[in-house]
Design a protein around this ligand. Structure first.
Ligand SMILES: C[S@@+](CC[C@H](N)C(=O)[O-])C[C@H]1O[C@@H](n2cnc3c(N)ncnc32)[C@H](O)[C@@H]1O
Length: 243
């Protein structure tokens, strides 16, 4: 089992405590702040997987309240293991899985992306939605996702990216940095968490820079699909079979 250095451990604890504190309002605020678009993005992301695999075995990293895992079972007939570091997010996910009667298809484990507690070469697909920018060490998390994939297996990352064109980029920038933190704070009571959201997105590599991170983690055949004018992107890549 890998161990984390002190700086990584401190960052991870801060992120864990933030998600523990907003878990109860997380789904509601996702729907509100994205005007429901987050659901379409997850559906599209899982559609990409369903287009390539029938009944895949999937690792959902940073599964949170399990929305992506549930979508993967419903759309791709997947069996899913979800991992996350936040006990409160996982508990909300567990209740939702029970409500959807998907306890047979989805298992959840408390674990971090930087030290995934599974053997190498196990999963057909490793996926993560809106999680990678929160990892204490995103590059280590991507490498771990690469390790647990079978040869030829696929990574799918759904993450915020920054829209490019005028005037959409400016309108979105205003909404994302001014309106969203205010509404998020009002409904969650956590000012820090909804200030962290735009700050973490603006600081995280997107487009070519993120493709570079996937490539450095060992993935090939990488592609990016921009969603809703580039507000979010689906990145896919493959674990090259060993020679
Ligand atoms: C924005 S939520 C996304 C949840 C879910 N994937 C979704 O689409 O709604 C980010 C999640 O990442 C989890 N997380 C943050 N750092 C992590 C890490 N190092 N390893 C695993 N999960 C992590 C958080 O606890 C939180 O549940």
């Amino acid at each position: 089992m890998k161990t984390l250095n002190t700086e990584t451990e401190t960052r991870r604890e801060a992120v864990e405590s933030m998600f523990n504190s907003i878990a109860g309002r997380y789904d509601f605020l996702n729907r509100l702040l994205s005007f429901g678009t987050d659901r379409c993005w997850r559906r599209k992301a899982v559609g990409v997987i369903a287009g390539k695999y029938k009944n895949p075995y999937i690792l959902d990293v940073a599964t949170g309240t399990a929305d992506l895992a549930i979508e993967a079972v419903k759309t791709a007939g997947a069996r899913v293991v979800g991992i996350d570091i936040s006990a409160a997010m996982l508990e909300a996910g567990r209740k939702k899985i029970v409500r959807h009667r998907l306890g047979e298809q989805i298992g959840i484990v408390m674990a971090g992306a930087e030290a995934i507690p599974f053997m190498a070469g196990v999963f057909d697909v490793a996926m993560v939605a809106f999680g990678v920018r929160n990892f204490a060490s995103p590059q280590a998390g991507l490498q771990e996702m690469h390790r647990v994939l079978k040869d030829g297996g696929m990574i799918m990352v759904l993450e915020f990216s920054r829209p490019q064109g005028f005037p959409f980029r400016h309108l979105y920038g205003f909404y994302f940095t001014k309106v969203l933190p205010l509404v998020g704070c009002l409904f969650s009571g956590n000012r820090k968490a909804y200030r962290y959201l735009p700050d973490s997105v603006l600081a995280f590599p997107d487009n070519e820079a993120f493709i570079g991170m996937l490539s450095a983690a060992g993935f090939s055949g990488i592609s990016q699909m921009r969603l809703t004018g580039g507000i979010a992107s689906i990145y896919t890549g493959f674990k090259t079979p060993a020679q």
